[in-house]
Design a protein around this ligand. Structure first.
Ligand code: GLP
Length: 271
């Protein structure tokens, strides 16, 4: 078998939130509860704009009511290949700036795939080994690209893929040009956790806000399972929480049921 589902909670739900801050609060509270129950919890960290409300809500909560996070581990989803060390838009720098600092995590516990070209041949296998040695990822935060990518798994990525080099889609380079001088200065290659890696995490939390993500969300949640829509891999996972605002939810057909199920969610059941 190429992929075995994680054992544990079985819940797949779509939560339509009033806005980004509501989503951030919900996910932050879930991460907080995880760390309280498991002080050495392993967090799967996403970059991009989407997860920022989660990190800021968690930072606020930790400031108001401190919790020992010194043993928490973190694994980033992806990294650009070939950026000079310390480049401010490398995902190592972004994770350090937006997550490690504000949450007060232990820097040595935070892993980012190594995008250095001289070690790139072994970087994927090394990353998989580091995840396994940490005991696997407990909660994986995910955004989704307009191409439908999770991490940097562009359409066509195998559902069994592990951490490896990918070529960024043109659309992704255009989208990420806002962090660089131009689309041409966005690296052509990246190293990303595979869809198989992501599916091994124990809980997937996919967030999306805004109309630009509506198509990718509909394909991920309700479309056919297909390598052409990497986001649809989430349908294979037993514990998925999708948090979307009204705009990102606008192309979903089963909206009434998602609202109804959330309104009638069993009191004992966490997200
Ligand atoms: C980026 C990242 C993804 C992210 C996605 C969406 O390029 N590699 O992990 O989910 O694209 O980004 P944003 O949240 O900024 O829309």
């Amino acid at each position: 078998m190429l992929w075995e589902p994680p054992v544990g909670v079985v819940v797949a739900e779509v939560v339509i939130v009033g806005g980004e801050s509501e989503a951030g609060e919900l996910v932050a509270m879930s991460i907080r509860a995880l760390i309280e129950a498991k002080p050495n919890a392993v967090l799967g960290l996403a970059t991009g704009s989407t997860p920022l409300p989660v990190y800021s809500a968690l930072a606020r909560s930790l400031a108001e009511e401190p919790l020992d996070v010194s043993q928490v581990h973190g694994f980033a989803l992806d990294e650009y290949v070939g950026l000079p060390e310390g480049h401010p838009e490398s995902y190592r720098a972004v994770i350090t700036r937006e997550v490690v600092g504000p949450l007060g995590l232990t820097p040595e516990n935070i892993h980012v795939p190594n995008g250095a070209t001289d070690t790139i041949q072994t970087a994927g296998a090394d990353y998989e080994q580091a995840i396994a040695e940490a005991g696997g990822i407990d909660i994986q935060i995910l955004g989704i690209g307009r191409t439908g990518h999770l991490g940097f798994n562009e359409p066509g990525s195998s559902f069994a893929s592990t951490t490896r080099i990918k070529t960024l889609a043109e659309k992704t380079r255009v989208d990420n040009a806002r962090f660089f001088d131009s689309p041409e200065s966005v690296p052509m290659h990246c190293i990303t956790q595979g869809l198989g890696t992501i599916l091994r995490a124990r809980h997937l939390v996919l967030l999306a806000f805004g109309e630009a993500k509506a198509g990718a969300i509909a394909a991920a949640v309700e479309g056919s399972i297909s390598a052409s829509q990497p986001g649809s891999a989430i349908q294979l996972h037993p514990h998925v929480t999708v948090l979307v605002d009204e705009a990102a939810a606008s192309a979903l057909t089963n909206l009434a049921y998602y609202r109804y199920a959330w309104a009638n969610k069993p009191a004992w059941q966490a997200i």
